[in-house]
Ligand binder design. Sequence first.
Ligand code: BV8
Length: 250
Amino acid sequence: MEETSIEIPEQLIQSILEAKNVTLLTGAGISVESGIPTFRDSRTGLWNQYKPQDLATPKAFLENPALVWQWYEWRKKLIDSSSPNPGHCSIVELEKHFTNFWLITQNIDGLHQAAGSQDVIELHGNIHRARCIKENKLVDHWDFENEIPICPDCKAPVRPDVVWFGESLNPASIQKAVYASQNCDLFFSVGTSGIVEPAASLPFEALRHGAKVIEINPQPTPLTIYATYYFSHSAATFLPALIQKVWRDC
Ligand code: BV8
């Protein structure tokens, strides 16, 4: 992708310097420069015959748990061979400049934590965790039966600790995310297509509560026409440039 030079309006620089509370929402796009494909283009190799929305569902797991596990193991292998990129690392730096900084992610790859972000609101869970479907408790090891992980205690199937389509999010996580969206001066939306609910509604919640919304995404999304600022750049390029221009070039 051709990156044009990054211009940041003086007004936005001022707003950032004056901001006390900042919320930043990320989607799969922020992990692209770590080599992790987004949902829409993760149909590479073995998986191009499946739609992620069809695999990331309770129905798929019920019908073919081994196939769903194979998909998660494939993604986990990809994630375990990746590392945080300058976009993730810039967010760790950003966190230091505000009274309150809330990081909300839709991603399950754990790369924000790997970069050093401490308090990450994981709306859709984490691929590195798994839980027993009967006891609904996390398990850190399991046995296998017909290629399906089973709980070492009750022998029920074990599933990835992620939120599938059609499943409700963890109430505490979504409540914290809504609070962060309603109480921020600035809301950054980074690398998300803004399609999946309820995450897609968060920037609009911020707008409704008087925040300025800054969207960073090489492609426009349903949010773009409402955003206060839109930068058509990759996260790994834009975020380091933002830090440079706001705190280093002054
Ligand atoms: C819910 C975890 C209440 C799993 C994910 C019918 C029945 C039930 C529910 C619904 C329904 N119809 C609609 C819904 C709601 C549904 C929904 O939103 N569906 C969509 C498809 C319309 N939502 C839910 O089901 C949620 N739960 O609503 O509960 C409920 C309960 C029961 C019944 C009714 C309601 C749960 C949603 C959570 C799903 N789980 N992930 C897993 O990962 O395996 S979502 C998953 O897909 C990702 O987490 C991500 O959030 C989402 C989209 O993936 P991508 O498109 O790849 O990523 P993203 O959107 O972030 O887009 C990538 C962007 O990056 C692009 O814009 C691209 O331009 C940009 N980009 C590319 N390169 C870069 C870049 N940006 C910056 N830098 C770059 N270099």
